[in-house]
Design a protein around this ligand. Structure first.
Ligand SMILES: Nc1ncnc2c1ncn2[C@@H]1O[C@H](COP(=O)(O)OP(=O)(O)OP(=O)(O)O)[C@@H](O)[C@H]1O
Length: 686
C-alpha cells in the first residue's frame, strides 16, 4: 500500500484479479450485461436503504424519489450509472469492491472450463456483478457516500482492473453511488442513448424502480451537466454529484418500473418471466418451469417461483443460499435462509411478497409467524405440484430436472414427513428394467409392472450405480424377471428408510439383506432344492465359517445366485439408519454374511474336496471377491492378493521349480488342483 496525499493504493485479492481476467475474456460476447449488473446493484442498494429506514428513522429524510440514472458522454467516452440508495462507507468499499467474501470462490474458479459460453454462465451465477464493468471499461471510477454519514465522508474508488485500485476521500453532499465507466477503445457503439435504452429495456425492464435517462439522449446532442463534468479528467466526482443531485435536464423513465409479480399474469409474456428470472438468478439459461400465484384469503401473498434448468455451482455447499427473496408489500426484506423453502427445495428461485407481515419483520419473527408457516406450506405444495405437472406433461424436461436436482429432492423424503407421499411420486430410479443408467423409473411404473404374485418392491443399495448394476445379488432376480431398483447415491439410504418401507401399500425389500426373499415368487421345487443344498453343504459351511471367523458373521448356502460363486449380504433383514454411514466407510454391512452358490462349479468342488490343504486360500478368495462385487473395500488387500497368487501359482502348475515356483508339497498339490480346474471348466461348459 502506498500513500500519496489522501490517496491510498490497494492490491486486489488474488481471486478478484483472476476473476477480472477471466471475465474480460469470457463475457465479451455478452458485453451489454454490465449495464444489467450495475443497475441491479443500484436497485439492491435502494432496497437496502428502504429497509434500513424501518429501524433507523433518522435516515428517512429528503423525500425525494428513489431512482437509478443512466447517462453517457460521447466526447469523454463515458457511461455513468448513479443511484440514491444506501451508498458505502470507506470500509464497506474495501470489503465489497476488491474482495470476494463469498463461500465457494475456490470451487467456482475450479469449475471454470475455459469454454467461453459455459464460463460466462458460471460467472453470471456467481454474481460478480460489479466487475463486469471491466468487460467494456478500461477505467472505472466509483464515488459513494453511505446514508447517515457526513458529506465529507464520501469515497472515490478508481481502478483499471489490472491488480490495483486507489481510494481517496471526497466531498459528496448526497448519499448513494455513482459509477463512471471510461470505455475501452472500440466500445463507441455503447455511447448512444438509443442503444442504452434498448439494453435497459431488454435486461432491466422488470426493475421495480424507475431507471431514468436524459430525455434528449438519442444522438448525444443534449449535454448535461454530468456530461460536461465527466469530460474533464479527474472530474468524475463532480459529474457524479451533479448527476445524482438532480439537474435541470429533463428525464424520462425508460423501464416499466413496477414489480413484475404484482402485474396480472395475462399481461406478462414468457419473455418477461425469463428476463425476471435472469435478473434474480444470474442464470443465463431460461428456467425449466415457473409458477406465479396470487393468494387471497386469511393471508394475502403473491409468489413467483422458478425451477432452474441447471444446478448452481453452490448447490452442495452446506451454507449455500436459498433462492427465495421475501418482500413485504413490494419492499425487499430478506433472503430466505430456510423459513420459506425447506432445504430440499433450495434450488427454487423467486419472490414471495406478503401483505400480512410487518415491514420491520426480522428473521427471528419469521420463525414464529403463523403467516410464514402458512406461506411456506403453500409454497411447498405449489412447487411439488408444479414438478408433478412437469413430470406428467413433459417427461423430457422432468428427466432434465431430475438429473440436476433429483438427489436434493430425495432429501425431502427424510426431512418432510407431511409431503412424503407427494415427494415419493416424484422420485426416479434406475432399475434392472432401464436400458441406460438414467433414472427413468418411478415407483408407480414399478408397481404397475410388478409380476403377478409379487408383493414387494425390491431394491439394491450399493456405493455406486455401477456397483449396483453389476452386483451378483441381482442374478436370481434377473433370471426370474423381477425388476430391482438400483440405488447408488448416499442419500438413497434415507430414501428407503424414509419411505417407512412402504409405497402404495407395497413393502420395500432389499435384495442384499437377510435371507433371499422372492415374496410369493418362489415355487416349491426351488424351496426344496434350497433345503437339500443346505443339508449337503452343512460340513463345508462349518469349515468356511471357522476359517472366516472375525470376517464373516455367518456363511450360508443361497438361492440368490446363478452365475457367481458367492456374494455378501447384510445379516439384518431391515435397513437401519447406520447403513449409509457404513456404506461410506468400508462399504461392508455390520454383520456381513457370506452366501455361496451351491450350483457353482467352484463351490461344488470345494464341497467335494473339503480336505484340500488350500481350503483357507479358497475361503479368503471367495469372501474377498464377494466384498469387491459389493463395491466395498477389502480390509487387508495384500493378504487377499497373497491368497489369490498362491492359488494362481498352484493352478499354473508348470512353474519351473527352484526359480519362483512353489515348494514341493504345493507343487504336487498344484497339479491336482490344476486337474480339477480343468474338470471345472468342462463342468461349466456343459
Ligand atoms: N451501487 C451500489 N451501492 C451500494 N453498494 C454497492 C453498489 N454496487 C455494489 N455494491 C456493494 O458491492 C457488493 C459487490 O457487488 P457485486 O455486484 O460484485 O456482487 P453482489 O451484488 O453482491 O452479487 P450479485 O451480483 O450476485 O447480486 C455488493 O454486495 C454491495 O454490497
Amino acid at each position: 500500500m502506498t500513500v500519496q496525499a489522501d490517496e491510498e493504493t490497494f492490491t486486489f485479492q488474488a481471486e478478484v484479479a483472476q476473476i477480472l481476467d477471466l471475465m474480460a475474456h469470457s463475457l465479451y460476447s455478452n458485453k451489454e450485461i454490465f449495464l444489467r449488473e450495475l443497475i441491479s446493484n443500484a436497485s439492491d442498494a435502494i432496497d437496502r436503504l428502504r429497509f434500513e429506514r424501518f429501524s433507523r428513522p433518522e435516515l428517512a429524510d429528503e423525500g425525494e424519489r428513489f431512482q437509478i440514472r443512466v447517462d453517457h458522454d460521447k466526447d469523454a467516452g463515458t457511461i455513468t450509472i448513479s443511484d440514491n440508495g444506501i451508498g458505502m462507507s470507506r470500509d464497506e468499499v474495501i470489503e465489497n469492491i476488491g474482495t470476494i467474501a463469498k463461500s465457494g470462490t475456490a470451487e467456482f474458479l475450479k469449475a471454470l472450463t475455459g469454454d467461453q459460453r459455459s464460463d460466462a454462465a458460471l460467472i453470471g451465477q456467481f454474481g460478480v456483478g460489479f466487475y463486469s464493468a471491466f468487460v467494456v471499461a478500461e477505467r472505472v471510477v466509483l464515488t459513494t457516500r453511505r446514508a447517515g454519514l457526513d458529506a465529507g465522508d464520501g469515497v472515490r474508488w478508481t481502478s483499471d482492473g489490472k491488480g490495483e485500485y486507489t481510494l481517496e476521500s471526497v466531498e459528496r453532499p448526497e448519499r448513494g453511488t455513482t459509477i463512471v465507466l471510461h470505455l475501452r477503445e472500440g466500445e463507441d457503439d455503447l455511447l448512444n442513448g438509443y442503444r442504452l435504452r434498448t439494453i435497459i429495456q431488454r435486461y432491466s425492464d422488470h426493475i421495480s424502480l424507475p431507471i431514468v435517462m436524459p430525455s434528449e439522449d438519442g444522438g448525444g446532442a443534449a449535454k448535461t451537466d454530468a456530461d460536461a463534468a465527466g469530460a474533464e479528467g479527474g472530474a468524475d466526482d463532480a459529474g457524479g454529484a451533479a448527476d445524482a443531485g438532480g439537474t435541470a435536464v429533463a428525464e424520462t423513465t425508460v423501464n416499466r418500473a413496477s414489480a413484475l409479480w404484482t402485474r396480472p399474469k395475462s399481461e406478462l409474456s414468457e419473455t418477461d418471466y425469463h428476463d425476471y428470472y435472469r435478473h434474480i438468478s444470474n442464470d443465463f439459461a431460461p428456467p425449466l418451469a415457473y409458477l406465479h400465484a396470487k393468494v387471497e384469503g386469511r393471508y394475502e401473498y403473491t409468489m413467483l417461483l422458478f425451477v432452474p434448468s441447471s444446478a448452481p455451482y453452490d448447490l452442495w455447499i452446506q451454507q449455500s443460499r436459498h433462492g427465495v427473496k421475501l418482500h413485504v408489500q413490494r419492499v425487499f426484506i430478506l433472503e430466505d435462509t430456510g423459513q420459506l423453502m425447506p432445504r430440499y427445495l433450495r434450488f427454487v428461485r423467486g419472490v414471495i411478497d406478503s401483505a400480512d407481515l410487518p415491514l420491520n419483520v426480522s428473521r427471528e419473527m419469521l420463525q414464529s409467524s403463523r403467516a410464514v408457516d402458512h406461506i411456506r406450506s403453500s409454497a411447498v405444495k405449489k412447487v411439488l405440484r408444479l414438478l408433478k405437472d412437469l413430470a406428467a406433461n413433459d417427461p423430457g424436461k422432468y428427466a432434465a430436472f431430475w438429473k440436476e436436482f433429483g438427489a436434493v429432492l430425495k432429501e425431502g423424503i427424510a426431512d418432510d414427513y407431511d409431503h412424503r407421499e407427494d415427494i415419493a411420486e416424484l422420485l426416479r430410479f434406475t432399475s434392472t428394467h432401464s436400458s441406460t443408467q438414467d433414472a427413468d423409473v418411478s415407483l408407480h411404473d414399478y408397481v404397475d409392472r410388478m409380476k403377478e404374485g409379487q408383493d414387494k418392491i425390491y431394491y439394491l443399495l450399493a456405493p455406486t450405480l455401477a456397483a449396483a448394476s453389476a452386483s451378483p445379488h441381482l442374478e436370481a432376480f434377473r433370471k426370474k424377471g423381477i425388476e430391482v431398483l438400483l440405488l447408488g447415491e448416499a442419500v438413497d439410504n434415507w430414501v428407503v428408510t424414509g419411505l417407512v418401507q412402504e409405497f402404495g401399500g407395497k413393502r420395500l425389500q432389499s435384495v442384499a439383506q437377510g435371507v433371499p426373499d422372492f415374496g410369493g415368487l418362489e415355487d416349491d421345487a426351488e424351496k426344496e432344492a434350497a433345503e437339500k443344498a443346505t443339508a449337503e453343504y452343512a460340513a463345508l459351511l462349518g469349515k468356511l465359517k471357522a476359517i472366516l471367523a472375525g470376517q464373516a458373521y455367518d456363511v450360508r448356502v443361497t438361492s440368490r445366485l446363478t452365475t457367481s460363486p458367492a456374494c455378501i449380504v447384510a445379516n439384518e433383514a431391515v435397513t437401519d439408519f447406520g447403513l449409509a454411514q457404513r456404506m461410506r466407510g468400508s462399504g461392508l454391512p455390520n454383520q456381513p454374511v457370506l452366501e455361496i452358490n451351491p450350483e457353482h462349479p467352484l463351490v461344488e468342488r470345494l464341497n467335494r474336496r473339503q480336505d484340500d490343504p488350500r481350503l483357507a486360500d479358497w475361503a479368503h478368495v471367495l469372501f474377498n471377491q464377494a466384498v469387491l462385487t459389493l463395491g466395498a473395500r477389502i480390509d487387508d488387500p495384500a493378504s487377499f492378493v497373497g491368497h489369490l497368487n498362491d492359488l494362481l501359482v498352484a493352478l499354473a502348475g508348470d512353474a519351473p521349480s527352484g526359480e519362483d515356483g512353489p515348494a514341493d508339497a504345493s507343487a504336487a498339490d498344484a497339479e491336482s488342483t490344476s486337474g480339477d480346474a480343468e474338470g471345472d471348466r468342462q463342468a461349466e461348459g456343459a
